[in-house]
Write a protein that binds this ligand. Sequence first.
Ligand code: MN
Length: 202
Amino acid sequence: MHAEMSPEGRFEARELPYAYDALAPYISEETLRFHHDKHYLGYVAKLNELVLDTPFAQQPLEDMILGSDGPLFNNAAQAWNHAFLFDTLSPRPQKAPGGALAEAIDRSFGSVEKCREEMTRAAVGLFGSGWVWLVADGAGNLAVRSEQNAGTPLRQHLRPLLCIDVWEHAYYIDYRNRRADAVAAFWNVVDWRVVGERYDHK
Ligand code: MN
């Protein structure tokens, strides 16, 4: 589901799975054009450059994320994280979790509202650039993890279900320094159907 290997053994960027203006007014067309076409495509291009002549040249992206560090890790993880993020959002989202995910959220947080509040608090409070993740452990219990920069819970062998990008490039065009407003708007376009499918497919 993430960047695929092309026949040349290089990573191909994923297209945005909806129109650039589809998430407005919560995320503007201009933000999505910069976020997808400049930032995400930039990470994929840099990854393709860096991976040549490394032991990872033919390896799946996930192996590179687990086994590399420095610039190769940063660009590999950012490529993965952004494809995962764009897939999470939808102009016609399922507004609330259902099924096994809803049960796990109630078990781990008390309610979906408390889960959203904990993720929001983590996103607003994260110093600098990074990601806030909703993750599942091997037993199916959920937790919120904050990661700096390109950080991903894959490195802790936790299963990512949902992420919030708190790099300034994700919101500065629309919200300037008002990260809390950007996070509040973000929840309107999270497709809980996608998050639930990730939880079900262990
Ligand atoms: Mn980003």
